[in-house]
Design a protein around this ligand. Sequence first.
Ligand SMILES: Cc1ncc(COP(=O)(O)O)c(C=O)c1O
Length: 381
Amino acid sequence: MPSAMPFHPFAVEQFLSETEQGVVFNFSESGVHPMRYAELFALAQIDTEALFDTLVDYPQVNGSDLLRERIAALYDGAGPENILVTIGATEANTLIANTLLEPGDNMVVFRPTYEQMAGNARNLGVEIRVVDLIEAEGWALDGEGLARAVDDRTKIIHVVNPNNPTGCVLSEKDRAAIVVAADRSGAWIVADEVYAGTERATDTPTASFLGQADRVIAINSMSKAYGLPGLRLGWLVALADLIPALWRRHEYAAISASMMSMKLAEYALVPVTRAKLTARARGLIRRGFDTLTDALGAHPGVFSVVPPQASAMSFVRFDLPLGADSFAAGLLQDHDVLVIPGTKFGLKGHLRISSALPDAHLCEGLDRLNRLTGDILSGAG
Ligand SMILES: Cc1ncc(COP(=O)(O)O)c(C=O)c1O
């Protein structure tokens, strides 16, 4: 029998599924603090009688017409025929990998990043070419590294913008470099844009890559900017010609997202409701980041962070005589606080800490982090 290809687990999600249940201070979340169904119903003025009259049935497999219209309205030049509704951005990413990638291809990814596409590609036997984002330059991309990495076997340049874990938004120069590299090589830009709308310093949402190069697939979901991850509702936006191939894989993977989630997403994407949801998210993000930076100042010289322009989290560098895995393990075991070691995103010496959380809860968890830091510095930790 031929030997099976090695399987690469999805490191960050494995870490979370094994640690997050029951933890009191869960600072590993990548979106804003989620809202309750009751809050969503009130905020979106949902007619619950009509909603509960919904059949518990399979919905339209590619997404209801109304939902695909509402999603398409978020993108210049897109129509419902360009949209496939999926179970979160997660399914969208996996469908794209399974549809586009073939043996002999390579895929270019940036580091640090959310490694879902890279893991999928590795599991398909595809070569991964890593281009660094440079912390000392505000996580700007290594343009020369990108030019070297891309060739005519590059099928996908994968970009998470705004980035997870750094929260940085690509500069115009870096976006242009990605577009030039993709157009030169014929690669697809697969743009995971789940953090668009979570901007901290501006109310202008991060622009989509859609329409900026010949071949672009954009991905988004209800999970981050809208605070509704439990809907498990996402989408991809692609050339209409490509949609059927992705849709055929969706039938294998899931058949469809759920009817109720599609209905709730239809309500949430009504412009006035959408504006309220993103305003809530931005409020939490802005307040939380200020609280986090104040708390990290308690031990001068230990923590530093390139301020995230978007997202609910910060990728914090630390200078202590232990690794990020040990620090995160101690924080969880002894203080009931969960943060993610940067190693889960491919970098040492960092912790990913989310802060778009209710203030008192955030402050208590950060006090605990500072207590552990103090113990380590004094040799007691
Ligand atoms: C960049 C990125 N893409 C996709 C996902 C998964 O999103 P969803 O909940 O829409 O499946 C996450 C979750 O953390 C993420 O950070």
